[in-house]
Design a protein around this ligand. Structure first.
Ligand code: SF4
Ligand code: SF4
Length: 208
């Protein structure tokens, strides 16, 4: 009975595939490609803002992802100098940032631990290479992709990340403004105190 039931399901799907598009599950890859879902992930990549992959790289080389990566396939060397981040704060950047994708297990832990929204999961899966070693060690230049690309592959997630960053930048800007106003007030109070006439002591008060 089980075999007959199974055959009936197969027959229904076979006949139905001529009339219902949803029953067609074979895709003529690579000419045809099924759209990948929003949360599909493959290997990590680094995000940069603006047009310059080096100047706009969000990564500050804090090395948290390198420490937390379970198979230890991230290799980072911190820069000696600093460059401004997205809120203008001087930060280190990675002089070297490599990921060995022959070892990476696509766990996404690096993404979850990054405090700077600098590393995200890519959807590119056509990465097979003839050489096993050097060609599978992805360098910073190869890993760097724009925020526009991130929006294209993960639109919902990228919009939420942009909002978080904009909120953080607004809070930092408000703090900076409040600090500048407090400093200006303190300077004005100091200047007013310096300009005030020094009280002269009366003869009575000096004799007593
Ligand atoms: S996805 Fe996982 S294994 Fe791959 S680099 Fe990130 S933390 Fe390491
Ligand atoms: S990707 Fe994120 S966690 Fe990793 S070094 Fe850069 S800023 Fe730090």
């Amino acid at each position: 009975m089980g075999i007959l039931k199974g055959m009936a399901v197969t027959l229904r799907n076979f006949a139905g595939s001529y009339f219902e598009k949803d029953r067609l599950i074979t895709v003529q890859y690579p000419e045809e490609r099924s759209p990948l879902p929003e949360n599909y992930r493959n290997f990590p990549f680094l995000i940069f803002d603006g047009n310059d992959p080096q100047a706009g790289l969000r990564c500050v080389a804090c090395q948290i992802c390198e420490k937390e990566c379970p198979p230890q396939c991230i290799y980072i060397t911190k820069s000696k100098d600093k460059k401004p981040d997205y809120i203008g704060k001087p930060q280190f950047y990675p002089a070297i940032f490599d990921i060995d994708i022959s070892v990476c297990m696509s766990c996404q832990i690096c993404v979850e631990v990054c405090p700077f929204e600098a590393i995200k999961m890519d959807k590119d899966f056509e990465l097979s290479k003839r050489e096993r070693f050097d060609n599978l060690l992805f360098r910073k230049e190869q890993l760097s992709k724009s925020n526009d690309y991130y929006h294209k592959i993960h639109p919902v997630e990228a919009a939420a990340v942009d909002k978080n960053l904009a909120d953080a930048a607004a809070v930092a800007e408000a703090k900076k403004k409040a600090a500048a106003e407090a400093a200006a007030k303190a300077a004005a109070a100091k200047a007013a105190a310096a300009a005030a006439p020094t009280p002269v002591a009366s003869p009575e008060s000096t004799s007593s």
